[in-house]
Design a protein around this ligand. Structure first.
Ligand code: C2E
Ligand code: CA
Ligand code: CA
Ligand code: CA
Length: 275
């Protein structure tokens, strides 16, 4: 709890100390969690609009803290990135998910999230190669999702890493598209196989005409560049229909399936929704 200052207000200094302490505690717990194997992967299906088939699944990291319960990735991933722990964690994600995905019916793909820190530091290409070799997963069945934050720093190095991954046969998706500053120019400057239109657009499409306009121009541009599109965060049939009419190729969202443990994944078609 925050200590109140003389006037009943939390002083700036106290708030800063609180935050620093909380962060430091989380960092310690994160280190312990890796050793204690408190992490788990959930998977969320990705569906092809045209066929209604599940064509892939995205791995999403889950941390079950022994006392605090479930800690959301939005809380611990930034700390893992700041402390460099994301390297170990990311390596675990890759190996664990690839070992899981090799059991899925081909050609269903595995998508995993990569932090900019993983591209900037260490040898990501080696880690990916190793995960593929250990699991036997063909590179064509792995897709990595990166955000445009990857290009804020270390642009030259990170572009080289992306090229290396693609030359292995791994595909690269641009995640959270439309939330950053110079998104459109990234599409022409960097080699992506797919863009994932941020859930903000799916969620606001119906109420906001500017969202619909942006979505259509993104799809036109992507098509021109030979890049496929995924809409994330699709929760309702109405959102799905509008996005499909706009020309989105693939869908992900609660309408098609929540993230679930691998054992609960269902690769059956989502015809009932897409028909
Ligand atoms: P993301 O990559 O954009 O993942 C999609 C997020 O949207 C997930 O949140 C997912 O549970 C949620 N989601 C999916 N469908 C819907 C929907 O229909 N409605 C709504 N409201 N939400 C939906 P989650 O699992 O909490 O992950 C949050 C973020 O944490 C991810 O965003 C990603 O940036 C990061 N993350 C998760 N796992 C990893 C990982 O293994 N490595 C790295 N570096 N980051 C990860
Ligand atoms: Ca994908
Ligand atoms: Ca993602
Ligand atoms: Ca996303």
């Amino acid at each position: 709890a925050k200590a109140a200052g003389r006037n009943g207000y939390v002083t700036f200094e106290t708030a800063m100390k609180d935050r620093a302490n909380a962060r430091q505690q989380l960092e310690g717990e994160l280190r312990q969690a890796i050793l204690n194997r408190e992490f788990d992967l959930y998977y969320q299906p990705q569906v092809e609009a045209r066929s209604g088939r599940v064509i892939g699944a995205e791995a999403l990291l889950r941390w079950r803290h022994p006392r605090r319960g479930f800690v959301p990735p939005s809380e611990f991933i930034p700390v893992a990135e700041e402390t460099g722990l994301i390297e170990k964690l990311g390596e675990w994600v890759l190996k664990e998910a690839a070992a899981e995905a090799i059991r899925w019916p081909a050609p269903i793909k595995l998508a995993i999230n990569l932090s900019p820190v993983q591209l900037s530091r260490g040898n990501l290409t080696d880690t990916v190669t190793q995960a593929l070799r250990l699991s036997g997963l063909p590179p064509e069945r792995l897709e990595v999702e990166i955000t445009e934050n990857v290009f804020l720093e270390d642009e030259v190095n990170n572009l080289a890493v992306i090229r290396q991954l693609r030359s292995l046969g791994v595909s690269v998706a641009l995640d959270d598209f439309g939330t950053g500053y110079s998104s459109l120019s990234y599409l022409t400057r960097f080699p992506f196989d797919q863009i994932k239109i941020d859930k903000f657009f799916s969620m606001n499409l119906i109420e906001r005409s500017d969202c619909a306009t942006i979505v259509s121009s993104v799809i036109t541009l992507a098509r021109g560049l030979g890049i496929s599109t995924v809409a994330e965060g699709v929760e309702t049939v109405r959102q799905f229909e509008l996005l499909r009419e706009a020309g989105v190729d693939y869908f992900q969202g609660y309408l098609f399936g929540h993230p679930v443990p691998a054992s609960a994944l269902n690769f059956g078609a989502a015809h009932d929704i897409t028909r």
